[in-house]
Design a protein around this ligand. Sequence first.
Ligand code: PMT
Length: 406
Amino acid sequence: MLAGKRILLTVAGGIAAYKCHDLIRRLRERGAAVRCILTEGGAQFVTALSLQALSEDKVYGDIFSLTDESEMGHIQLSREADLLVVAPATADILAKMAGGLASDLATTVLLATDKPVMVAPAMNVRMWEHAATQANIAMLEARGVIRIGPDEGDMACGEYGMGRMAEPEAIVEAIEDFFGGANRPLAGRRALVTSGPTREPIDPVRYIANHSSGKQGHAIAAALAGLGAETRLVTGPVTLADPAGVEVIHVETARDMLAACEAALPADMAVCAAAVADWRVAEAADEKLKKNGGGPPSLEMIENPDILKSLAGAGNLRPALVVGFAAETENVVANAKKKRKAKGCDWILANDVSRATGTFGGDANTIHLIGAGGSKGGVEDWPRMTKEEVAGRLAERIAEHFGGGS
Ligand code: PMT
């Protein structure tokens, strides 16, 4: 199952670090190549020499080592593995990952990677239960980081509870599941997701946009990638981190978004969650518009390309399943049904974006899924859920649609 797979294992500073010897041995027995990064803390518990002997590869630890950088730059290190595993993942490294710190080689590599990341947390029970750690792990999981453990049991510090690192067998099993096991029904499928707002320029300093945060679209990309789909996310300007294990293409305008989506075809499925500006200024000014006493400028608006409609009408290149969103403020389901027909998509997720709902920019959403079956005339009413839960449920429905895999 793991033959030819390249695992980059970060060993951080916890008593459970000794278990990584067994982990490396088991991974190698299954044919995986293991390369290690040993943090300064990790080196208090295990030696680089032992990791090197077991992995039969160089062990990296110092971001400022010129020799290491000339042999293998830290960016290359972060990109050439198939999966990054952090075991043990201490409270400290999880906090740094959540906060986007790049304070040593391990955290820099974890920030620079575009590959999937798995963490095996290990720490004292109080540290695990602390609101800060829980918020950090929730944030990491929302970004697509895969978590294994921790387990409950006696701890090295004499306390009892959640915080023991998962056993090496369980970590290996999770890694095997990740590479095409039971939990990856979309393995072998390609997904395209749009997310966030677009920005349509008025002049070099002003633009037209909307309140989309990208939370819903990014969560969908992470959920599809989590089920094994090779996922491309085309996103307008957002402040969110790129989801792990997803190829992200950053764009500004609707026209850029359309070009990036067309370049991402063929795909088996497309989910358009972006809040694309329907109109743009016909001729954006090359210089900043001046207040010259003549009153405000009048802007001539023209229609933007419709990305969802273009994907649904892409002929031979049409994804087998095209899913849109309908952002409505009144007659939500009725309007969404019309939109589904007008745009030619298979499913549409209707959501109420009236100001009071907080759907734009918020963390929760209430969805009516239209076109996927459903008992009430093809409409399924979902309860109010977090955007991650909406994404998870949609990804499951898509996996069912494809019959559980390729
Ligand atoms: O980003 P968040 O803050 O998490 O908020 C999530 C969301 C409210 C943006 C999301 O759930 C949502 O509803 N996305 C669609 C927003 C939208 O533009 O809806 P619409 O009804 O105007 O468009 C219908 C569909 O056509 C959408 O799939 C949209 O992506 C697509 N479209 C619209 C116009 C256009 N020019 N090109 C398109 O592809």
